[in-house]
Design a protein around this ligand. Structure first.
Ligand code: F6R
Length: 607
């Protein structure tokens, strides 16, 4: 979703801001703008891509000045037009603001400000902020910012520029991420470390209710009452290459190929002396016994990771597990109390629905264990325990390594809890441990086994609709496979529990309808084969995902993509690989914008 950057120092600000905005493009946006201090505030903004803004400003050379703010907007209030793009300027031209999030009381504020004579030129909720700054301007910028922020309800990360303080920026955070970058003779802020990492590795994570004053000489951080705070500097551990394509045509392909290494990074530090050891969640048997049920909550692919891991968690801990969409859980009346372990899964750690669901469940007494990729994110910081997935930066909007590393960590969690609770027996444990150790290698094999996918994509790319079926763990994989296909190729794709087909959906199967059948659950293979036979009898073309060498499937399906054999509970982490590649190749065949699919954002920080 929207992105923010800010810079103050001795260098030209505009080229740096544009570079930062380019690094934030992956989050999804529809317009972009910058405001730079140069004998007054100059604002340049466009609807469309950052590239257009670069053309308009001669790559920043036409906008002189060394302090500025920039923004990529993902429209919520008002269409993606030049006027609605950020930064917004106050009527007297002395304040400029960029904003991520939503100002929930903007309608009342707009009415109040209009009555006082301020004129609005955009339809955005953000514009109220610049007029409030002008209204409360007392000559003391810090006090003006505090008075303004006190009037705002909702979520916001703000960057503020004021013509009266030419080398000063204010950065404010409330329920929307904002990170400060500490440089030498220059300082930065951004909504995402990706925009900072080529300039500095030293970051300070603002918490909700905090704000900062940045000048080239230093950064001062305050709490909401204006009291100075000392906050630690966090060293960013990955470098700029990690956020670049490294020779791949798309970030998504690069991230698919990074999965063996990413999963290795997720599991290696947690396997010690032949045991799974989760130092971040090191509860005793007695403490674990407090939990009578496990509720998993998340959105999108992270939810599907929860659906897939539910089988391993239930099988290995023997505690009942329920996976609930965060957007449903937050407004439900869930039967959750202090005997519930809530597992919260999120790549970004900033998904608004997931944060709200976590808050709701914790207020009912549940303890929250977060499984998160982005270090220092809201979910990571507010959960009772956090297990990082260590996948590195994920730039493509469609998650791949984010999803598989979530699964890897969830499987480790199931094994660790199962061992402590005694539900995972001595006899069963070594085989599972062996499979977990081999996961990175098996993922590499799943990638290498599928040279034929580009050719298959040519067969399937012009289908108006695709069905993904499977049973049990395979159904969970099918859900993620269908989501990958629809979000990047824009082809209608639906996933069904294979046994459900005959209760309605089979009516849609006709001559040539593609059905992707995930058949990696050996105990249920015959059942899924019956479903393959049923749909083929009605004209479907079946592409199966199966274990290498599975002759039964080869004899039944029209085409087969293979994965290496692994314990059934862990199959989702391998079954998804060929489906990621298939979605990628189909989208490429169809000329889609793979890394930035239309209408989607990487981090969904608003409801
Ligand atoms: C799909 C995808 C989304 C996210 C969802 C949750 O490829 O990436 O469905 O999984 O928006 O995002 P996080 O994991 O950041 O909470």
């Amino acid at each position: 979703m929207c992105g923010i950057v800010g810079f103050t120092g001795a260098q030209a600000a505009a080229p740096l801001l544009l570079e930062g905005l380019k690094r934030l493009e992956y989050r999804g946006y529809d317009s972009a703008g910058i405001a730079v201090m140069g004998g007054g505030i100059r604002v340049e903004k466009v609807s469309g891509k950052v590239e257009k803004l670069c053309e308009k400003t001669g790559d920043g050379a036409l906008v002189p000045g060394s302090t500025g703010i920039g923004h990529t907007r993902w429209a919520t209030h008002g269409a993606p037009t030049d006027l609605n793009a950020h930064p917004h300027l106050s009527n007297d031209g002395r304040f400029a603001v960029v904003h991520n999030g939503i100002i929930e009381n903007y309608a009342a504020l707009r009415e109040e400000l209009t009555a006082k004579g301020y004129s609005f030129i955009s339809e955005t909720d953000t514009e109220v902020i610049v007029h409030l700054l002008e209204m409360y301007d007392s000559g003391d910028l810090k006090a003006t910012v505090m008075k303004t922020v006190a009037r705002l309800e909702g979520s916001y990360a703000l960057g503020v520029l004021c013509a009266d303080a030419p080398d000063t920026l204010f950065a404010v955070r409330e329920a929307s991420p904002l990170i400060l970058g500490v440089g030498v003779g220059e300082n930065y802020f951004a909504s995402d470390v990706t925009a900072l990492v080529s300039y500095t590795k030293n970051a300070i994570y603002l918490d909700d209710g905090e704000f900062a004053e940045l000048t080239p000489k230093g950064i001062t951080i305050y709490d909401c009452s204006g009291k100075r705070l000392d906050k630690p500097i966090t060293r960013i551990t990955w470098d700029v290459e990690a956020a670049e394509k490294g020779g791949y045509e798309h970030f998504m392909l690069k991230e698919i190929m990074e999965q063996p290494a990413a999963v290795r990074a997720a599991i290696a530090p947690r396997l010690k002396d032949g045991e799974v050891k989760l130092e971040e969640f090191d509860l005793s048997e007695e403490e674990l016994r407090q939990f009578r049920k496990i509720v998993i909550t998340a959105c999108g692919s992270a939810y599907y990771a929860g659906c897939a891991a539910k089988y391993a968690l239930e099988a290995l801990t023997r505690i009942p597990v329920e996976a609930v969409l965060a957007s449903e859980l937050r407004y439900g009346d869930p039967l959750i109390d202090e005997h519930t372990l809530l597992i919260v899964i999120s790549q970004s750690g900033e998904t608004a629905d997931t944060i709200a669901a976590m808050k709701e469940c914790r207020s009912r007494g549940a303890k929250a264990l977060a499984i998160v990729n982005v270090v220092g994110s809201t979910i990571a910081k507010t959960a009772d325990w956090t297990l990082y997935t260590w996948a590195g930066p994920e730039i493509a909007v469609a998650t791949t390594k984010g999803y598989t590393t979530q699964l890897a960590v969830l499987f480790l969690l199931a094994m660790s809890m199962g061992r402590k609770l005694g539900a995972l027996t001595e006899e069963r444990y070594p085989a599972l441990l062996y499979d977990i150790l081999r996961l990175p290698k098996l993922i590499q094999e799943a990638i290498d086994l599928n040279h034929g996918i580009p050719a298959l994509a040519k067969k399937y790319h012009d289908s108006p609709s695709l069905f993904f079926i499977g049973r049990n763990t395979d159904w969970a994989s099918a859900l993620e496979g269908a989501l990958k296909m629809k979000e990047i190729s824009y082809i209608h794709a639906e996933s069904y529990a294979a046994g459900e087909l005959k209760h309605g959906t089979i009516a849609l199967i006709e001559e040539g309808t593609p059905v992707i059948a995930v058949c990696c659950n050996e105990a249920l293979e015959d059942k899924t084969v019956s479903n393959i036979v049923e749909v083929k009898a009605r004209g479907a073309r079946v592409l199966a995902v199966a274990f290498r060498g599975d002759r039964k499937i080869v004899s039944q399906a029209n085409d087969v993509i293979f994965i290496p054999r692994i314990n059934t509970l862990f199959t989702p982490v391998l079954a998804v690989i060929p489906m990621q590649l298939l979605a990628y190749c189909v989208a490429r065949e169809n000329g889609c914008d793979i890394d930035k699919p239309k209408n989607l954002a990487k981090s969904v920080t608003v409801e």
